[in-house]
Design a binder for this molecule. Structure first.
Ligand code: NMX
Ligand code: MLT
Length: 424
């Protein structure tokens, strides 16, 4: 099988021909209607953009290029990136070639560390990560090619270069943020004969004689990689990228969205919520105590982090994958046991409460407890791990959008006055 670059070079002309035919044959057909409630309600459910890397079905969850995420959980993140971009899993040679690409491009410019060192010591790890990505903007191969006057049809090529450069550096940067922000000592370098995920695990500096922590990090990177095109981070990256802003601008913008508590930061919030119950009830809480605590949260006008979803209407399969990992490797851990009890109790509480359209857990409900058990206890860091993974989806979408020549995003807004005057 061909390397990622060669594979895409074969596929993209075919994709472009397909799109031409689709536009001619189906261009005027409708795929969605929009109600006033949807326009005021976060555009929920409106089909208004194309994303080929993955699809999220309300009753099934994440499907990447036709494969349910549960069937991909043993795959390594490099394989997932190849799959997101090409729709195929790489063979051994293509997989090794991608791993080599990441190793060769992994060195992080010194100025990144200088900038991060100058930030306030109590900066949020997500602010540090987003800053690091943004400050590397000057490295953009897309910008260099654009300034030289590259033909539109070739935009995807330097964008792929940016994607590979950024992904290769992200584990080192993310691990460096951890060690710097939480005073863990010197940074640990990228080991070129190790895979991308194991490198990240190793550079964090968490002791891992058994290799199970590296396994968890690979799983973490695989499960969070993409969630179609409409989620806040992907959609933001898409919008910024559509102005032909380069991958560094676009991904940094997307990550700023991931840093919100209703999106990726929910994993930090969720572990905080679990630990608060354990502190309050002095140990592993009983189902009745969790029920009470959940009601107190709701009555206080707050959300229960890790539960609910804008698209899903079943338990998130990504949560189920983490639960299965926890049951295999740490079934007796008190924090993990609390997560499992919360799963037994909270959906019924949310149903009784009657507001959330989806009472089931999402990806953020359980991941933190596993990291905590392995000694990665600084939970404000957890969204950084999510980010390293989600960068794969954002970048794969960006490369494909460049290949498809997706135009600048510019939906039409209307005013409340317009609604009053025009909608009868
Ligand atoms: N706890 C309490 N109330 C909730 C929850 C929850 N977990 N989920 C939804 N609701 C409320 C929601 O706030 C809204 O209330 P109001 O009418 O007062 O504004 C009502 O239920 C209807 O919301 P939905 O239509 O069910 O949810 P929506 O699509 O607007 O939002 C989330 C989706 C994910 C933002 C929402 O479920 C939530 O806030 N969950 C908790 C935070 C979380 O876990 N986020 C992570 C999502 C996954 N990720 O990684 O990004
Ligand atoms: C995600 O993984 O991006 C979240 O589940 C949020 C979403 O899909 O809206």
């Amino acid at each position: 099988m061909a390397t990622l670059q060669k594979k895409l070079a074969q596929q993209i002309p075919v994709l472009r021909e397909e799109l031409k035919v689709l536009a001619k044959e189906l261009g005027e057909k409708k795929i969605s209607d929009v109600t006033v409630a949807q326009a005021y309600g976060g555009m929920r459910g409106i089909k208004g953009m194309i994303c080929d890397t993955s699809v999220v079905y309300p009753d099934k969850g994440l499907i990447i290029r036709g494969i349910p995420i549960m069937d991909l959980r043993e795959k390594w993140p490099e394989e997932i990136f190849y799959l997101l971009l090409t729709g195929e899993l790489p063979d051994k040679a293509a997989f090794k070639a991608l791993q080599k690409e990441f190793a060769e491009r992994s060195s992080v410019p010194k100025y990144v560390w200088d900038v991060l060192s100058a930030m306030p010591k109590d900066s949020h790890p997500m602010a540090m990560l987003d800053t690091a990505v943004l400050v590397m903007q000057k490295e953009s191969e897309f910008v260099k090619a654009y300034n030289k006057g590259i033909n539109k049809s070739e935009y995807w090529e330097p964008t792929l270069e940016d994607a590979l450069n950024l992904l290769a550096k992200l584990p080192g940067i993310a691990a460096g943020v951890y060690r710097m922000r939480f005073n863990k000592g010197k940074r640990i370098g990228y080991k070129k004969d190790l895979d991308w995920g194991a490198n990240y695990a190793r550079m964090l500096g968490i002791p891992d004689k058994s290799g199970v922590f590296a396994k968890l990090i690979r799983l973490y990177l695989t499960l969070h990689c993409d969630h179609e095109g409409g989620n806040v981070s992907a959609n933001t990256c898409h919008t910024v990228g559509s102005a032909l802003s380069d991958a560094y601008y676009a991904v940094s913008a997307g990550l700023n969205g991931l840093a919100g508590p209703l999106h990726g930061l929910a994993n930090q919030e969720c572990l905080g919520w679990i630990l608060d119950t354990m502190k309050l009830f002095k140990g592993t809480p009983t189902p009745e105590q969790i029920r009470q605590y959940a009601w107190d949260t709701l009555n206080g006008g707050k959300v229960i982090p890790g539960y609910g979803h804008a698209v899903l209407r079943v338990t998130d399969p990504r949560f189920s994958a983490f639960l299965a990992f926890g049951k295999e490797y740490l079934p007796e851990d008190p924090v993990f046991k609390t997560v499992a009890t919360v799963y037994d109790v909270v959906p019924d509480v949310l149903k009784e409460h009657g507001k959330a359209k989806n009472p089931w857990p999402n990806v953020d409900a359980g991941s933190g407890s596993l990291l905590y058990n392995f000694g990665l206890k600084e939970f404000p860091y957890y969204t950084v791990l999510f980010s390293v993974s989600r960068a794969m989806g954002m970048l794969a979408q960006l490369v494909l959008n460049r290949a498809m020549g997706t135009p600048i995003t510019r939906p039409k807004s209307v005013s409340t006055q317009w609604v009053k005057e025009n909608i009868k």
